[in-house]
Structures are given as C-alpha cells and as structure tokens.
Design a protein around this ligand. Structure first.
Ligand code: APR
Length: 265
C-alpha cells in the first residue's frame, strides 16, 4: 500500500478500514495518537485561543498579521486606555464589532459542537470573545475573556445594546463610558467562568489546546493543571515550558477536519 501522505488515500474505496488506519499511523502519527486519546478519554476539555478563529477571518493577536503587530495593546485594551484615551479605545472595539458582522464559524467550530453532542468532549474553555463556539452550537463554553457581543456602562454597569455602543459615547443613565464585556488587560476574569474552567480542566483526563500562544496569564496556567494528557494543535511553536504529550503542527480547521475523518472511519 502506498505510504505517501496524500490524504485522499483515506477515501480510497479499495482500502479496508484497517489498511487506512495503518496508513494514517505511518503518515499522520500525531493525528492517530490524538484520535486514540479522544476515544479513550472520559472527560475531555478543549482550550482555544485566537488561532481557532483565524480561518473564519478574524485576525489573532501575536502572529505576523495579528492585532498587536500594529497596535500597542496598552493603548486600547486596558482600563487606563478606556478612561484616558476613550476615542481610541472606542474606535478599536467598534472596528472589531463591525468586522464580526460577516463572520461565521468554520467547520472546525461545528466539528467541536458535534463532538460535544456525541459526548466525545465535555467542555470548551475559550479566550476568544467572538462567540463563534456558541454560534456553532457548542453548549458548555467558558468564555474566559468575556464577550465582544454584549456591552455595558463602565461606571454603572447598565447593560446597553450593540447599536448604542456603536453610536453613542456615554451612558444614558449616568453619563459613564460605554464598553464591551471583554476582560481588559489587568482586569480579573469572571470568577464563575474561571472556576468552572479550572475545575473542568483539573478533572479532565485529556486537554486539547488549540490556537493559542499561551502568553497570557492566568489562562496560560490552565494546561498544567490537569493530571491527564495534554495535546497542542497550533501552526507555530508555543514558547514556555509545556511538556505537551502530543504536538500537532497545523491549522485548527484542517486538523479538526482530518481528526473527524479518522474518527468516522
Ligand atoms: N490554526 C492553528 N493555530 C493558529 C492558527 C490556525 N488557523 N492561526 C493562528 N494560530 C496560532 C498562532 O501561531 C499563535 O500561536 O494561534 C496562536 C494565537 O496566539 P495569540 O495571537 O497570542 O492569541 P491568544 O493566545 O488567543 O491570545 C490570548 O491575548 O490579547 C489577548 O485577550 C486577548 O484572548 C487574547 C489573549
């Protein structure tokens, strides 16, 4: 049997399931290892970062094309920025909200939602504020850095609608500044969400980390909490000392599609 890495081998009708798995073990050993971990795990948590959404058209932060390559996060993503440079803060978040108008989840998001329905994964903890996991049907999602799809007054916490944030400067109740419900640098994460994610990862026997540089505290501590196996799916190397059990170098959507094909063999 051919041993080139041509993925089309998997749809070759002439091959048996055993032959296809044998081929995959030779050409894509990490994918087969991850499939085996997924199938044998009883509690799996997926931890995602901005790399999970780039194939939907949302820039990440620290790649060459990321937000922080052109903008200093301290100027737009801190409470100080909100309080001292409100027009820059407002413009940055209005731009990101507007950019979400034509953004949809990609097939990788839908695969994760399907795996949850099939009880293959139990929860997703995400640093992403785009709501794409929820939009694609995942039910147990812990939005650790909040959401850019809901808004409030920074001073009196009054909830405001998106069109108010996009068109007004101040709160109609107290005159305070309006902001998205994202966790700004230096703010504490929502404690209920953090506790749920912390407990689920602590009890997990498999944690799959997808598309994050793991540069931001405290989320970057989560993978080391589990006593289970850890897997990293990322296009780049991730700095920091993380003894991942399996490393799959690749794009989130493509890797999830391949994993799903192997699972459905
Ligand atoms: N597939 C897999 N990995 C990808 C893909 C992709 N399609 N696209 C990008 N990546 C990788 C990048 O190589 C990078 O290592 O995803 C990682 C994204 O890292 P960051 O841009 O740092 O994003 P993230 O880790 O989510 O940032 C954490 O920082 O700015 C704050 O609050 C913001 O939640 C964000 C936090």
């Amino acid at each position: 049997m051919e041993h080139n890495g041509d993925w089309k081998t998997l749809s070759n009708e002439a091959l048996t399931k055993e032959e296809k798995l044998k081929w995959a073990k030779v050409c894509y050993p990490e994918l087969v290892q991850l499939v085996q971990l997924l199938q044998s795990s009883t509690y799996t948590v997926v931890l995602t970062g901005a790399g999970m959404s780039t194939e939907s058209g949302i820039p990440d932060f620290r790649s060459q094309s990321g937000w922080w390559k052109n903008i200093d996060p301290r100027k737009v993503a801190t409470v100080d920025a909100l309080e001292e440079h409100y027009s820059l803060f407002q413009e940055f978040y209005q731009t990101r909200v507007k950019a979400l108008e034509n953004i949809e989840p990609h097939i990788g998001h839908y695969i994760l939602a399907k795996w949850e329905k099939k009880n293959l994964i139990q929860a997703i903890a995400t640093q992403n504020v785009d709501g794409l996991h929820q939009k694609s049907g995942s039910k147990t999602v812990y939005p650790l850095h909040g959401s850019i799809r809901s808004f409030r007054c920074h001073h009196c916490d009054q909830a405001v609608k998106e069109e108010v944030f996009m068109n007004e400067d101040s709160c109609s109740i107290c005159g305070g500044k309006l902001r998205p419900n994202v966790v700004l640098f230096g703010e504490t994460l929502p404690s209920d969400v953090w506790d749920s994610a912390y407990q689920s990862i602590e009890q997990a026997d498999l944690v799959i980390v997808i598309g994050t540089s793991l540069e931001v505290y405290p989320v970057n501590e989560l993978p080391s909490l589990t006593k289970g196996k850890t897997v990293l799916v990322n296009v780049d190397e991730v700095s920091g000392f993380y003894p991942f059990d399996v490393i799959v170098k690749g794009k989130a959507k493509e890797v999830l599609e391949k994993l799903n094909e192997l699972l459905e063999l």
